[in-house]
Design a binder for this molecule. Structure first.
Ligand SMILES: Cc1cc2nc3c(=O)[nH]c(=O)nc-3n(C[C@H](O)[C@H](O)[C@H](O)COP(=O)(O)OP(=O)(O)OC[C@H]3O[C@@H](n4cnc5c(N)ncnc54)[C@H](O)[C@@H]3O)c2cc1C
Length: 387
């Protein structure tokens, strides 16, 4: 067993950290007045040019073909250096729920058409499975796809779709055979501008405010069979594949942020004086910082364990992904709360960015399956059948 990064991984991490700090600016919550829902398309394009969006994508489609551990190193560094975690969350949604399934399940034509645009930053992608009436129980969806000659006609509403208001390409799930339950669900690739596809204005939400989210409505939306992703009825397999990647990797940048947060808290605890002493000399304050460090290192171990599993393309890995997702997301909330407390009244003020970290972190316990769902999955892998 070797926990050390290679020389190439260290070089990549340092380059990404430098890019994130200088190329993405220090502004916390996207300030571009012309942006949709605070989303910075200029920064997105810059990330595409730098190579972030193509980290795990094969070279023939414009990516750099890195393995998952190396990709995770880069995504962690990005999270450490960049304050705009809404932007990073949008990138994770794009990479793990659209790019990865196209690589795994797309036809050669679909890969040729979509991957280069998704890698170079010219297109933004979104993934819609949740509906107003079906979230955790995703396969009880009502969206329908009916075959009509060489096309499918889609009807339904998807909600909470990250990137929808700025999306150029959508992976949408609909059922072709409702009587077959999850085995009737099928995935489709829908391009912006397709008649019958519409998206809502960005939702207002608690955190990740620069990652625009909205509703996707399909109203007699006609999709050629060539735009079906995978086979008919393969939607659940594709969704599970995406969730494996998402749960393993989506919080990599959050681990980077926990590092940045810890460093800031240590600095503050040394500088801020009360009762004639630095607050870090009080045991109750020092203990908080020790707890943050342990959460960070445990999160990092679970993250890289899950990424390593993906790199080996090993069967299984679902429990590791669920454990990483659950532990990192809940640790991020706990550490963000500690960081606010440690900064006292300043931690409650927007200028210190600590309150933003708390707001952003809460989403992690909800997206890609809630904490309750992750606990159920872990229990199932241990042979229990929780209901
Ligand atoms: C920031 C963010 C980004 C998102 N991005 C996307 C996206 O890009 N695409 C997309 O399709 N969706 C997206 N979602 C939606 C997300 O996947 C759902 O919110 C999530 O799956 C939960 O579904 P729900 O909100 O309908 O809650 P519900 O499923 O109604 O759950 C409500 C509560 O009940 C609990 N619960 C439900 N079932 C059980 C059970 N069996 N046992 C125990 N507890 C249970 C849940 O854990 C939760 O606490 C996003 C959500 C957020 C917050």
């Amino acid at each position: 067993m070797d926990f050390a990064l290679s020389a190439e991984q260290i070089e990549l991490r340092d380059n990404v950290l430098d890019f994130a700090r200088r190329g993405l600016g220090g502004e916390p919550e996207g300030n571009a007045p012309a942006s949709v829902g605070g989303f910075r398309r200029d920064l997105w394009e810059r990330c595409g040019e730098f190579g972030i969006l193509g980290l795990p994508v094969p070279g023939e489609y414009g990516g750099s073909g890195h393995d998952m551990v190396t990709t995770t190193v880069a995504m962690e560094a990005l999270g450490e250096g960049c304050h705009d975690h809404g932007l990073l969350f949008s990138m994770h949604a794009h990479m793990w729920a659209v790019v990865t399934p196209i690589i795994a399940f797309g036809t050669p034509e679909q890969r040729e058409r979509y991957l280069p645009r998704l890698v170079d930053g010219s297109w933004v992608a979104a993934h819609g499975i949740s509906e107003p009436g079906s979230g955790s129980d995703a396969y009880s969806m009502r969206a329908r796809a009916i075959k009509d000659g060489d096309d499918y006609i889609l009807n339904g509403t998807k909600t909470f779709v990250t990137n929808a208001p700025v999306g150029d390409l959508f992976v949408v799930f609909a059922t072709v055979k409702p009587e077959r339950g999850m085995w009737g669900v099928t995935a489709f690739l829908i391009e912006k501008g397709t008649p019958g596809l519409s998206v809502s204005r960005p939702f207002k939400k608690l955190g990740l405010t620069t990652s625009p989210m909205g509703e996707v409505v399909l109203d007699d939306c006609r999709i050629p069979v060539a735009n079906r992703l995978g086979k008919e009825g393969q939607g659940a397999t594709i969704f599970n594949h995406s969730m494996g990647w998402e749960r393993s990797c989506i919080l990599a940048s959050q681990v980077g942020r926990m590092q940045q947060q810890l460093d800031a808290c240590v600095r503050y605890a040394k500088e801020r004086e009360q009762f004639g002493k630095p607050i870090g000399s009080f045991q109750l304050v020092a203990a908080k910082i020790a707890d943050m460090k342990v959460r960070l290192e445990t999160s990092r171990l679970l993250l890289y364990r899950a990424a390593w599993q993906l790199s080996r393309a090993a069967e299984g890995g679902a429990m590791e992904a669920a454990m990483a997702k659950l532990y990192i997301s809940e640790s991020a909330v706990a550490s963000a709360l500690d960081a606010v407390q440690l900064h006292g009244g300043y931690g409650y003020m927007q200028d210190f960015h600590v309150e933003q970290q708390l707001r952003d972190s809460i989403g992690g316990t909800l997206y890609s399956g809630t904490s309750e769902i992750q606990r159920m999955l872990i229990a199932r892998h241990l042979g229990l059948s929780p209901v």
